[in-house]
Design a protein around this ligand. Sequence first.
Ligand SMILES: Cc1cc2nc3c(=O)[nH]c(=O)nc-3n(C[C@H](O)[C@H](O)[C@H](O)COP(=O)(O)O)c2cc1C
Length: 331
Amino acid sequence: MSDRLATRLTRRYGLALPVVLAPMALAAGGALAAACARGGALGLVGGGYGDLDWTRREYTLARQLAGHAALGCGFITWKLDQDASALVWLLDRPADQLPRALMLSFGDPRPYAARIARAGVDLICQVQQLAQLPQAIEAGATVVVAQGAEAGGHGMNALNGRATLSFVPEVADWLAAQAPDTLLLAAGGIADGRTLAAALMLGADGALVGSRLWATRESLAAEGAKRQAIGTDGDGTARSSIFDILRRKNWPEPYDFRAIRNDLHRRLEPQLDSLRAHPEAARAEYEAAVAAGDYSAAHATVGEAVGLINDAPAAQAVLQRMADQARERLG
Ligand SMILES: Cc1cc2nc3c(=O)[nH]c(=O)nc-3n(C[C@H](O)[C@H](O)[C@H](O)COP(=O)(O)O)c2cc1C
C-alpha cells in the first residue's frame, strides 16, 4: 500500500513526512533543525534578522548533527535588504554543505532569486495574500508557503491577513492554473496529525510547522515561555504591534505579530498610539521582565495552535505523533 503521507514535497527532499520546520528566529537553532531533519522533516534554521555570527554557528551545528538529512535556512526579507551577509555566507558553502532550500518571508524575494538559483539552492517563499503570488513565481520559488493569520510570530495584520482554511485551497487553485510545478505548504495552526491531514486535503504538498516544534526540548525558546504556552489555550494569543514596539523592531506595514496575550499586552492594548509615541516606560518594564524570565510581561511567541500543545518533548517524538495520527486520519 502506498504511503498516505508521500507527496511531491517528501519526494523532492527525501522526507519521511510532509513537514518543514519553520525557520523561527532565535528558536529554530541548529539542534532543532537537525532533530527535525533526522526525524524525517526538512529542517530550516531560523536565520531571522540575518545575524551572521548566529547563522554561521547554528547552521554549522545543524550540519554536524544532521548528517546527510535535509537542511535549509530562512530569513526575513526586508532585513536582508539592510544586510545580506548571512545569506551570502550560506551560498558560499562548499557544495556538500549548501542548504537544500532557503526560505524568504516578509518582503520582495526577487532581488535575491538569481544568487540563490546560481548556487543550485531551492527558494521557498512565504506569502500571506494571493496578490504576493506572482512575485514569488517570478522569483522562481520551488515552494510557496501560504501562511494564515493563525500563525505564531509575524504575519499580516487583521486588515490584510487570511485564514489558513480558505487561503490554502485558493492558493492551490491559483498554482494549479498558473504554476503547476510549484509546491505548496500550508502554515498557521498545524500542530497535530489532524491539522496535517487537513492541510493535505486542502491541496497542500505539506505543512510548515512553527509553534508545535517551538515547544520541544531542542528549541532555543526559554523554558519559562514553553511552560506558559503549555498552560495556555488557543483563546490566549493575539496579533498586534505591541511586542515589536517594545523590542525596537521596526517592522514595516502591514505586518504584525502573534504571541501570548499576557498581562502587559492586555494593559497596553487600549493605548497603542501613546505607546508608539512614548514607549520608554513600557520598554523598561518589558526589558526587566525579560531579564527576570517573567512571562506576565515578557513575550512567548506562539500561534493559535498553542491550544493543541500540552507538552515539550523531543522534536522527533512530535513528528512521529503527527505522522501516525495523520496516517490514521487519512485512512
Ligand atoms: C517563535 C516563532 C518565530 C518565527 N520566526 C519566523 C521567522 O524568523 N521567519 C519566518 O519566515 N517566519 C517566522 N515565523 C512564522 C513561521 O514561519 C510560520 O509561518 C508559523 O510558525 C506557522 O504557524 P504555526 O506557528 O501555527 O505553526 C515564526 C513563528 C514562530 C512561532
